[in-house]
Design a protein around this ligand. Sequence first.
Ligand SMILES: Nc1ncnc2c1ncn2[C@@H]1O[C@H](COP(=O)(O)OS(=O)(=O)O)[C@@H](OP(=O)(O)O)[C@H]1O
Ligand SMILES: Nc1ncnc2c1ncn2[C@@H]1O[C@H](COP(=O)(O)OP(=O)(O)O)[C@@H](O)[C@H]1O
Length: 361
Amino acid sequence: MVAVQGGAQVRPSISTTLPDVEFVPSLKRLGFVNVSRFYSVLRGGGGGGSGSVRLRSLQPIKAMEDSTASVVNDSAAISCKSIRQMSKMEKSTNIMWHKSSVDKLDREQLLQQKGCVIWITGLSGSGKSTLACSLSRSLHSRGKLAYILDGDNCRHGLNRNLSFKAEDRAENIRRIGEVAKLFADAGVICIASLISPYRKDRDACRSLLPEGDFVEVFMDVPLEVCEARDPKGLYKLARAGKIKGFTGIDDPYEPPLNCEIVLRQKGKNSTSPTPCDLAEIVISYLDEKERFLHGKELIRWLHGLISGWVGVKFVSGNSSQVSDGANEEKSDHLSLEYSCMYFLETIHIPSTIVIIIVCLK
Ligand SMILES: Nc1ncnc2c1ncn2[C@@H]1O[C@H](COP(=O)(O)OS(=O)(=O)O)[C@@H](OP(=O)(O)O)[C@H]1O
Ligand SMILES: Nc1ncnc2c1ncn2[C@@H]1O[C@H](COP(=O)(O)OP(=O)(O)O)[C@@H](O)[C@H]1O
């Protein structure tokens, strides 16, 4: 019930004093991970990319700077990131990054997926929105949470005050990039589909995310094909001079030089893959990436858990499937055979750990 005080309505509120929050070390938190799923991914559930997909080398995920920022009880302590951020702010001053005790990894574990941004770029009519929808549908049917940020749609709200001048396009892209970053941080697979004609604007969005979390997909469809499709009649208007600064007609489009995936269609008469086929290519890339990431997390989890509990030291071994190469610490490489993982899939985790320890001894 809403109380009335001095004629004004006062919303009911709850006031409480919180006990000190205990921060659980991340390795312990990983105990909640669905290990059987990890194993199924390790076994090679992901299909390799094929056809016109160009895979960038799979990079290890670098923790976001804010996620590595030390968690301290003293609220006056400012991390390096905060200081750098404060100095970079253009108009806001005296602001600090506030870190939550529930972080990206927690949310990803809850959702059983990796938050990332799939950035679809290309001319108007190249099939960006169609691919975004198809991808979203395929991910949804696999139990993955995805959300589309479509250029056209965002211009109905968030970006309604922006035109198609270069600086407004840049601002449009910057805002969508920032929102996409938030979605990725929420653990969601964010599909951004917008023309984003300028390389530097796309690269700026990429730089907002940790390496590997930004997947750029180029709809490499010739202008003549897009123009022939012209579902909204905009090319016709642009050719007639009724729309000025239309991308591909009298405004530039800079194709990506080194993006993760190129979906190419040759010409008007060539048969184009269906949107479903295209979505599968993107998903195969994500599967591949996920396998890598989860494998690495599993190794870390096992290593931390076992060496922490019983002080067992592992010898460096052959774990190329999960190693990230040169920068990986030797101690992260376990000589456990993957067959051990069968136990993880079928037996309760603590019993599995005991079995592994007995085998090693
Ligand atoms: N001048 C001009 N140039 C290009 N496109 C135009 C223009 N005017 C309106 N439209 C319609 O706006 C859609 C593109 O919006 P975006 O936000 O994706 O553009 S951008 O990234 O800021 O360049 C685009 O949608 P898509 O066809 O889905 O790409 C067009 O329908
Ligand atoms: N893979 C495809 N093959 C053939 N036609 C397609 C394909 N993808 C999209 N289209 C068609 O092309 C047109 C433009 O697609 P759309 O997704 O709206 O492009 P964009 O968002 O890049 O402007 C639509 O009529 C759509 O049905």
